[in-house]
Design a protein around this ligand. Structure first.
Ligand code: DAV
Length: 364
């Protein structure tokens, strides 16, 4: 290392593509639970035929075989990261099966520590605990406490956005998800700030965020005011019948390269075209329709992790997407992940980058 170079702060992440040095990856535990049925579930679970499954099994562990297969995929992802020289950290499990209650509500249990991307928004040298819109995930931050304390002691800033009350006022009463041909509507009201960390994505001085079943305008405004003048938070308009998070919809992968979901992005902001960005339209998923999916859609394949501007970790079955990534100048690293996707999410959901070697810049 150049001895005159200032060392990178312990937490340092400004975009999706600076060279990755340290990442937190979620964990599969024996007591990784099916999310309990609650007000948010009908708004986020795309496949209505799975609602009964959640109503019956919510709050109990996923079947052992499914967990084993998911763990196998997650181990493969960790191997890819470690072989690339990336430091991989993991959260601490806790008693997910304990019932949760506040003065306003109770749910059967919490869920897991599978998906750090939703819980922590890491930007620059700070970790923001997100004001998550799920009652059953409102204690999930506990799994990351040891890591946050350690990063704080190493010099990082660490803050929690106001933890939402998630009372009945926070959600539209009798909400029914919009159909494909209906105008977009969202579950959260504007009662209090709400977002999951994965509702936002960083791109240097610009941050993109979309309203969703767990993100409202109040949350977007909180994030902008908290981040201050160094950053501009832009709202992206999406059409998604079950919107949850921006990272299977809109992903700035590298400078000048924006990946979009052709079914969901209503309009790419002018700033991309004006600055000469290429808009990469993601090809159709290849996962067979028969592959079991519970929490998310087959578009979860878009949920990639960049090791640097070129190398991208992508789900092994998605050959068409792999070819497209190569054509766009990337170097895909294929890793099996369909069995993890069954119970949770993609590579991006399953991780949160802590340190990338780079500095704050503008790409527009
Ligand atoms: O369509 O399945 C999932 C995004 C999870 N972070 C989807 C969105």
């Amino acid at each position: 290392m150049d001895q005159h170079r200032i060392p990178t702060p312990i937490v340092n992440a400004f975009n999706e593509w600076d060279p990755l040095e340290e990442i937190v990856v979620g964990r599969v535990d024996e007591n990784t639970l099916v999310p309990p049925w609650d007000v948010i579930m009908p708004a986020v679970v795309h496949d209505k035929t799975q609602w009964d499954f959640f109503k019956r099994h919510g709050g109990t562990p996923w079947p052992v075989e499914m967990l084993k297969k998911a763990e196998h995929d997650l181990d493969a992802f960790v191997d890819v990261l470690e072989q690339a020289g990336v430091t991989v950290r993991q959260p601490e499990p806790y008693a997910y099966e304990r019932p949760l209650a506040t003065p306003d509500w109770e749910v059967a249990s919490s869920c897991y520590a599978l998906m750090p991307r939703d819980v922590l928004f890491v930007i620059g040298d700070q970790i923001i605990e997100a004001p998550m819109g799920w009652r059953s995930r409102s204690t999930e931050r506990i799994a990351y406490r040891e890591l946050c304390k350690e990063y704080f002691r190493g010099g990082a800033r660490w803050i929690a956005a106001p933890p939402p009350r998630l009372s009945d006022e926070s959600f539209t009463r009798d909400f029914v998800a919009p159909g494909e041909d209906e105008p977009q509507r969202f579950l959260p009201t504007e009662y209090e700030p709400m977002f999951d960390a994965a509702d936002a994505i960083k791109c240097g001085r610009d941050v993109f965020i979309a309203r969703s079943s767990c993100c409202n305008r109040f949350g977007i405004e909180w994030l902008q005011r908290h981040l201050g003048d160094e950053y501009t938070v832009h709202e992206i308009e999406v059409h998604d019948t079950h919107p949850m998070h921006i990272d299977a919809t809109f992903q700035p992968l590298a400078p000048g390269k924006l990946l979009i979901n052709p079914e969901r992005v209503v309009e790419v902001p002018d700033m991309f075209e004006k600055s000469g960005w290429d808009v990469l339209v993601c090809p159709e998923p290849e996962m067979p329709e028969s592959h079991p999916m519970y929490n998310c859609s087959r578009w979860i394949m878009m949920n990639v992790v960049m090791l640097d501007e070129k190398r991208v970790v992508v789900s092994a079955g998605e050959k068409r997407f792999v070819r497209a990534l190569k054509d766009w100048g990337f170097e895909p690293i294929e890793c099996p992940f369909w069995d993890f996707e069954t119970i949770g999410g993609g590579f991006h959901c399953a991780s949160v980058d802590i340190r990338r070697r780079g500095a704050l810049g503008s790409y527009f």
